[in-house]
Unconditional design. Structure first.
Length: 548
């Protein structure tokens, strides 16, 4: 294992190239050529395409010419690099793989300190690796550590995983230990989306406990009931919408707890609608650029004027204090103990900060403050789920993390594909990301692969596709969630639930590895090699059998 610790000898103005390495200097043998390697791109944040790029294949584009607001979701901040036929961009933890042989690049600076996130640029035509850090606005002093990279080889999936587990330390998993090894539950998004209200939420809660469903009949170490987007008065006005939740949250949370669930709530604390009351009362809180224009955080037709929403200026003490008080309200006044922090990448978008510095320092201060409550005032444990979150800067704070794009009740999202959007919500793409991040599970993160689907209504997924999603989530994720309406379950749903529960009883909690052998085809195996099989995303099957 080689450790590259890079020291500053310059004053950074933009993203900085800190090192260029040659493949031949890292592997003595001349038989390895980057053009023949599978390259895992890791990913900047949850929604980045995070799977392996096959030899000869081009990495999916991270930008979109039609809807520029989407570019902020996927592009490593302030970088000028773009993927092309010879260039592959990767972040945080990445590797080159030839068969069973791995050459791994892992940015480990944030294990014990606060450093800029790292991007690796692989040039397949030159066999070079360029290392870039996102440090715009930082004032370095000579001999400051700017990055620390571990580079090592491994001759198997599990050797690679064990080395990652060693270097990333497991102490950060203590904050979610109360959830156990196989938490599961229900969340509102993938059936109701933002169209939720008090009666609907309580109706689904009651049905979860009075009907046979995948949660009531399954075996889980803890159970979660999470209210997703649609409850808030406005993006940035984080109070229950009066016409939807007239009674507030206190009684709802009590009913969730009385039903045996951990109460959960979605929030996107770093973004804001310019039409919100908070924006009107504190216009100076909205981050602006050097031209004094609002920094666009992204595009969502449900949010913001013309679909654009914006960032808060997290360099302001009063903004961080406001968010801290908000979390206190959510946890100690309303009683939620499972907080889904979404769209967190917005905290890394650079602007004309009120207190100028580098965005990674601003982000670290804010997320550390947001996640500082590990227990309620009454002593009950609190867990945080990161989503849309910068991986490298967040693993210590949100060890439970979404590690892929949003899933979908359809196998492919035709409209988003036509628009060329590679961070799209899609069942197929979500599974690619889950498989691509298999090495991270229980090493860096407790992987949240998103929800499974059981329902036949409002869902075009075939039985084979639903079962495949459930199997992959069981083998390569820790959290097992779904969103269906339990009241509408019929014989077809109950048959699917039985199949999934039988599979989970065999393999949930067991450690599995994989090797991609062809595009969309994976060889899978458990650590003891007593079970082997194949996942085929083309035919939508996962077949496992006892090995001889």
């Amino acid at each position: 294992m080689k450790t590259y610790t890079v020291h500053a000898d310059y004053h950074a103005q933009e993203n900085s190239i800190i090192e260029r390495l040659k493949l031949g200097d890292l592997i003595e043998s001349t038989e390895f050529d980057m053009s023949e390697a599978w390259i895992n791109v890791g990913g900047w944040q949850s929604w980045n395409p995070g799977f392996e790029v096959a030899p000869g294949k081009e990495q999916p584009s991270l930008t979109n010419r039609l809807i520029k607001g989407w570019n902020n979701y996927l592009v490593f901040p302030n970088s000028v690099f773009k993927p092309d036929k010879n260039r592959v961009l990767a972040q945080f933890i990445t590797y080159l793989r030839w068969g069973d042989f791995y050459l791994v690049f892992a940015s480990v600076g944030n294990v014990s300190r606060v450093l800029p996130p790292v991007q690796f640029i692989f040039d397949r035509s030159q066999n070079t690796i360029t290392i870039e850090i996102c440090d715009k606005g930082n004032d370095w002093r000579r001999d400051d550590i700017t990055a620390q990279i571990e580079i090592f080889t491994a001759s198997s999936f599990f050797e690679c995983k064990d080395k990652l587990r060693e270097i990333y330390n497991s102490l950060h998993f203590a904050s979610i230990s109360h959830l156990g090894k196989t938490p599961g539950g229900w969340e509102s998004w993938y059936n109701h989306y933002a169209d939720i209200n008090e009666n609907l939420i309580l109706s689904d809660l009651e049905a979860l406990t009075t009907t046979e469903n995948i949660i009531s009949t399954g075996t889980f170490s803890s159970r979660i009931f999470q209210i997703d987007d649609g409850w808030e008065a406005a993006l940035g006005d984080w109070e229950p919408k009066k016409d939807r939740f007239p009674g507030g949250f206190t009684q709802i949370v009590q009913k969730i707890q009385d039903s045996g669930f951990i109460p959960g709530l979605w929030i996107a604390p770093f973004i804001i609608d310019s039409r919100s009351k908070t924006a009107a009362a504190h216009p100076e809180w909205l981050l602006k650029d050097e031209k004094h224009e609002l920094v666009v955080a992204g595009y969502n037709p449900l949010w913001g004027k013309h679909g654009e929403f914006y960032c808060l200026d997290l360099s302001r003490d009063e903004v961080v204090d406001y968010l801290d008080k908000l979390m206190d309200t959510i946890i100690n006044d309303w009683g939620f103990r499972y907080i889904k922090l979404d769209f967190m990448y917005a905290g890394m978008l650079y602007g004309d900060y009120n207190s100028p510095t580098a965005s990674y320092k601003i982000y670290n201060r804010a997320i550390a403050k947001l996640t500082s409550r590990n227990k309620t005032n009454k002593g009950n444990p609190v867990a945080y789920l990161g989503c849309g979150i910068p991986f490298e800067l967040s693993f210590k704070y949100t060890p439970l993390c979404r590690i892929g794009c949003d899933t979908y009740e359809h196998w492919k999202n035709r409209i988003s594909r036509l628009l060329g959007w590679n961070g799209r919500n899609e069942a197929y793409l979500n599974l690619k990301d889950t498989l691509g991040h298999a090495l991270w599970n229980n090493t860096v993160f407790s992987n949240d692969p998103d929800v499974v689907f059981i329902r036949t209504q409002n869902c075009s997924l075939s039985q084979e596709q639903k079962l495949l999603i459930a199997k992959i989530n069981t083998l390569f994720g820790n959290q097992f969630m779904y969103s269906d309406d339990p009241q509408k379950s019929g014989p077809a749903e109950h048959q699917m639930e039985t199949q999934i529960n039988e599979f989970r009883s065999l393999y949930a909690g067991e450690e599995f590895g994989l090797i991609q052998t062809q595009e969309d085809i994976y060889k899978i195996f458990n650590r003891k090699r007593t079970v082997e099989g194949t996942i085929n995303l083309r035919t939508c099957h996962a077949d496992l059998q006892q090995s001889n």
